[in-house]
Design a protein around this ligand. Structure first.
Ligand code: SAH
Length: 214
């Protein structure tokens, strides 16, 4: 099949050759049909080395950044993950292929309903969706083993750090609206450590603990 071949080429050229080593991440990226997370007009570009528009002025992230963020979460099959910014649902589906359960929050209703349809069609039964402002997290299901924020924030919302279990990992783009650094945060028994994974560019995290206006 054409898309299967394009997908394997994407993983070989953009993911493995650039140093992604986590076998779980690599097999998830070979399995999840990325072309089903974009509009029909863009399916042929879905395996390219770039982000793509998904409507509502939002984007599906570049494949490499999805792989890098997922690997940074150090997921195991027992993990419960919180994702802020469902968007197309592609990153969610990658997480759901590896982790035990994924809780994902989206603030734009059309994107939320589209993503839900995709999860049903692909039988991703371990994804729990919510339409709301994700900057306050999802307290009822906390603590999480991992938290991923797929939109750029001015700083790290303390409320999210508090919903991370001890030993938990979080990845979040931090910076201004033009440019951010991808920050990995690890919650240890004696505090919180930060690692800078390098520059990145995301759309705005908009909400109570993100950017205020659109
Ligand atoms: N992981 C997604 C990325 C989508 S872009 C993908 O690969 O398709 C980021 C998404 O975050 C957008 O859909 C945007 O609407 C959403 N977002 C921004 N602020 C948010 C908030 N406070 N709560 C939930 N979602 C938010």
């Amino acid at each position: 099949m054409k898309y299967q071949r394009l997908r394997n080429e994407m993983v070989d050229r953009q993911i493995v050759s650039r140093g992604i080593w986590d076998a779980r991440v690599i097999s998830a990226m070979r399995a999840i049909p990325r072309h089903l997370f974009v509009s029909e007009a863009m399916m042929d570009q879905a395996y390219g080395d770039f982000p793509l528009p998904i409507g509502e002025q939002q984007t599906i992230s570049q494949p490499y950044i999805v792989a890098e963020m997922t690997q940074a979460l150090e997921l195991t099959p027992e993990d419960r993950v919180l994702e802020i910014g469902t968007g197309s649902g592609y990153q969610t589906a990658i997480l759901s292929h590896i982790a035990f359960r994924v809780y994902t929050v989206e603030r734009i209703h059309t994107l939320y309903t589209q993503a839900r349809k995709r999860f049903d069609a692909l039988r991703c039964h371990n994804i729990v969706t919510r339409y709301s402002d994700g900057t306050t997290g999802w307290r009822e299901h906390s603590p999480f083993d991992a938290i991923i924020v797929t939109a750029g924030s001015p700083d790290i919302p303390a409320v999210l750090v508090n919903q991370l279990d001890v030993g938990g990992r979080m990845v979040i783009p931090i910076g201004d609206t033009a440019r951010q650094d991808l920050i990995k945060l690890i919650r240890d028994p004696d505090g919180v450590r930060h690692v800078n994974l390098g520059p990145c560019r995301f759309v705005k995290l908009v909400g109570e603990y993100g950017w205020k206006e659109y």
